[in-house]
Design a protein around this ligand. Structure first.
Ligand SMILES: *Cc1c(COP(=O)(O)O)cnc(C)c1O
Ligand code: SF4
Length: 382
């Protein structure tokens, strides 16, 4: 089991009922003068590890970013991208900050680990049409765009060949054609990349095309943008979604209570008030949220703001992310602690994804030894 010292910095594991994160004024940044337009927020995002280290008050090159440009090889493969709105929630001067850890490239990413590959969940085999993954009954996932509002170092699609899969935000027609010709698809999931990096005009176009498909009942939006750049959830976007003939569900992605700033919660409240249910997916990440206090704080803060914890994902084994992996038996113990501390609806389902399976698979405690994630049964047996 991992030692939990990286997260034992006290300040994260607050004991208050409802963890309240602070926005820090970054060195070299003007004090917060209110939110800028989300597209400007994207443009002024931090794009190198050197800049990121400087922004959070760490030495630009230390301790493991060699080379004149201060970049690691892994950073060339998957570049740094972190909007200031997110970076301002990182505690300055703390190399172990749980938010920083999600976005800062480190040397650990370059350690090859058996079993960690480029397509851990078999997405390429599930490509049903250009830009559409169809793995599960009734639900099809549209790779709306390759762009994200943040680059998470553990991302399972960090090596996804978006160009080759036809996921192009300038031409959704082939995806729409597929959805139209498959009457068993009742739910369309907009994913990516992050669908909310697409402009309102383009989203409106896409939504209208989906609304025109009679057999589609529900639209689900998988997005980390409401966490990263909360002003992306503009009133006009929220209105557009709430007026849809489809039942719209918003599934956000946050891993740590420190990500849930007041601005984030207030924009999510606007969505919920307008009738859009909001769920959260988190990934169990070593050094980020692999302790009971953090997970309890996260779930409590979510349900206090009417957001339901949906999934807690076991890490997908993507190359470069092995240092984030938490053993399944640790995850199971954490889930037990969560169940004892929280109402049932506040406890996420602990799941993993197996290539070729018919659904996300629950991880349960049903035998004695951890073998591997690659169980052929419908549960991971431990
Ligand atoms: C995760 C996923 C879904 C959604 O699964 P749910 O269990 O319904 O949340 C749908 N399609 C694909 C390809 C997925 O990876
Ligand atoms: S926002 Fe989601 S898709 Fe984008 S890098 Fe992060 S985990 Fe990956």
């Amino acid at each position: 089991m991992r030692n939990e010292s990286t997260n034992q910095s006290g300040k994260i594991l607050a004991t208050s009922e409802d963890f309240v994160p602070t926005a820090f004024n970054l060195p070299g940044q003007p004090p917060d003068s209110g939110p800028v337009d989300w597209q400007i927020a994207m443009k002024r995002a931090i794009r190198s590890s050197r800049e990121l280290r400087e922004a959070v008050g760490l030495p630009p090159n230390a301790p493991d970013t060699p080379g004149p440009d201060g970049k690691l090889r892994c950073e060339h493969d998957f570049r740094t991208f972190a909007p200031l709105e997110f970076v301002s929630r990182i505690r300055p001067g703390d190399p172990d900050d749980p938010l920083l850890r999600q976005v800062l490239p480190i040397l650990d990413e370059e350690i090859e680990q058996a079993g960690f590959g480029s397509d851990p969940v078999g997405d390429l085999n599930a490509l049903a049409a250009p830009g559409v993954l169809h793995k599960y009954e009734g639900r099809a996932l549209v790779l709306t765009t390759a762009a994200c509002g943040i680059h998470c170092r553990y991302c399972f699609r960090r090596e996804f060949p978006y160009q080759e899969t036809g996921s192009r935000s300038d031409d959704w027609r082939p995806s729409i054609d597929y959805l139209e010709s498959n009457p068993d698809i009742e739910e369309v999931i907009l994913s990516g990349g992050d669908p909310l990096t697409t402009t309102d005009e383009k989203l409106h176009e896409l939504l209208t095309a989906i609304e025109n498909i009679r057999h589609v009942q529900r639209l689900r939006i998988h997005s980390r943008m409401p966490i990263v750049i909360p002003q992306r959830l503009t009133d006009s976007l929220v209105n557009r979604l709430s007026e849809s003939r489809l039942a719209v569900w918003l599934v956000i992605h946050t891993n740590h209570p420190q990500e849930l700033s007041d601005a984030v919660l207030s924009r999510l409240a606007a969505a919920i008030d307008s009738g859009i249910p909001v769920l959260n997916q988190a990934v169990l990440l070593r050094g980020v949220n692999d302790n009971a206090d953090t997970l309890i704080q996260l779930c409590r803060r979510l349900v206090n703001h009417r957001i339901q914890p949906y999934y807690l994902h076991q890490l997908d084994q993507v190359r470069g992310a092995a240092h984030f992996e938490v053993p399944v038996e640790t995850g199971l113990r954490l889930l037990d602690t969560l169940r004892a501390a929280l109402p049932g609806y506040a406890v996420p389902q602990y799941v993993f994804e197996e290539a070729g399976a018919k659904s996300k698979l629950p991880i349960s405690d049903s035998s004695t030894t951890v073998t591997s994630q690659a169980s052929s049964d419908s549960n991971v047996r431990i």
